[in-house]
Ligand binder design. Structure first.
Ligand code: LRH
Ligand code: MN
Ligand code: MN
Length: 388
């Protein structure tokens, strides 16, 4: 068993970043089921994020997505967040929802389209300046559907050029995270399909470019904790887009499909102290709550990350190292599994009470009347931006 004060400090320091789009209506390409009370604008998304933070104490930042969260006055949005007790987290760029991007954005064969896409990335850095955000998150839908459609190599050159220009625009204390995705919307090649491609581009760019791991963006069976360990060792892990998946990019609640995988990931993080805010790893949620109530689903997700982190913190690392060193395979595995099977929920509930919070954030939310209030006050809530 690890030192109790290290466990409690680790839990209290953990910050999970919620995503603005998860508070809005979303769905699949078949149907968006609108929910009552969803936010009508980015200000209301921040209000909901603040509720999650007040109840859990573990969700201090909220990510924005541009243009879904476009406002006239970003300074006002940042001040609104601060007044609600949260901060603006990563700024997510969007170069995939315009007709111009049919053949790609920064990798498009058309230089005019590439210029437009890169200008959007630069605009996102302006928004970082205005909101105090320190992280730009880049995801490119770019790729091809048919062999021969475009030059795989030339597209890499175009990508590198746009990334270089964006990197050069970063200000002091700002960084950029490059996300990868195996497939979709492109099905033959994606221009950033895997962590290796992202890593290689980030390495070329410099220390302020890091890889972001969206847990839903891999082939089934991929060992994600291996990627985590490798990137941590190389100082190239910038953060996560957490969610869980059964089949593809399902965007279901993190820890719902495979809590053991989340534990294994958090073990890699905790074992090198990368769970602390000083380590600079962004623990973001990238999820959509299509059929379940959104705010409770986000509370559940934050608690899932907190619980698996607490279990990882409980792991007896000294005993594990001894078993590993002596080659005792079964003992090492048992120590690992013991930590996973430890019920940390009573401990987390008493920590919340010590901090003056309700021990059960979900029950507290249902009692609070917030769901009823927003359902009555907000008519015609926003759609997150896709799935129409
Ligand atoms: C792409 C992705 C990426 C986007 C988000 C909305 O599948 O995971 O992070 O920004 O969805
Ligand atoms: Mn993502
Ligand atoms: Mn995704």
């Amino acid at each position: 068993m690890s030192d109790h004060s290290a466990i409690t400090a680790g839990i209290r320091g953990l910050g999970v970043e919620t995503a603005s789009w998860a508070y809005a209506n979303s769905g699949t390409r078949f149907k968006v089921f609108a929910q009552p009370g969803v936010p009508r604008d980015p200000f209301e998304k921040i209000d909901d994020a603040a509720v999650v933070h007040r109840l859990t104490g573990a969700a201090p930042t909220v990510a924005l997505h541009i243009p879904w969260d476009k406002v006239d006055d970003y300074d006002r949005l940042a001040k609104h967040a601060e007044a609600q007790g949260v901060r603006i987290g990563a700024i997510n760029s969007n170069v995939f929802q315009d007709d111009d991007y049919k053949l790609g954005s920064v990798c498009s064969p058309d230089p005019v389209v590439r210029r437009k896409a890169t200008d959007h990335l630069l605009e996102c850095i302006d928004i970082m300046d205005a909101t105090g955000s320190d992280t730009l998150k880049l995801w490119f839908a770019d790729g091809t559907n048919y062999p021969g459609q475009d030059s795989i190599r030339a597209r890499q050159d175009r990508l590198a050029e746009a990334l270089r220009e964006t990197y050069a625009r970063l200000g002091d204390g700002q960084r950029m995270l490059l996300e990868y995705k195996l497939f979709e919307p492109s099905f033959y090649t994606m221009d950033v399909p895997d962590w290796g491609t992202s890593y290689a581009h980030c390495l070329e760019l410099g220390p302020r470019a890091q890889v972001v791991i969206d847990t839903g963006h891999h082939a089934p069976g991929t060992n994600i904790e291996f990627i985590v360990a490798f990137l941590l060792r190389a100082h190239k892990l910038g953060g996560f887009d957490f969610n869980s998946r059964f089949y593809a990019d399902d965007d279901l609640m993190v820890g719902a499909a495979d809590p053991f995988q989340l534990f294994r990931i958090m073990h890699e993080i905790v074992s090198v102290g990368a769970h602390t805010p000083q380590a600079g790893i962004a623990f973001m949620l990238d999820q959509c709550h299509n059929i379940e109530a959104k705010i409770p689903a986000i509370i559940r997700s934050v608690l899932n990350v907190q619980e698996m982190t607490a279990k990882a913190l409980m792991l007896d690392n000294t005993a594990l190292a001894a078993a590993q060193g002596s080659g005792d395979v079964l003992a090492a595995n048992q120590i690992f599994m013991d930590a996973f099977y430890t019920d940390v929920r009573p401990m987390l509930a008493s920590l919340r009470e010590e901090d003056g919070r309700d021990p059960d954030p979900m029950a507290a939310y249902h009692r609070s009347g917030y769901a009823e209030t927003i359902a009555a006050e907000r008519a015609g809530g926003e759609q997150a931006g896709w799935g129409a």
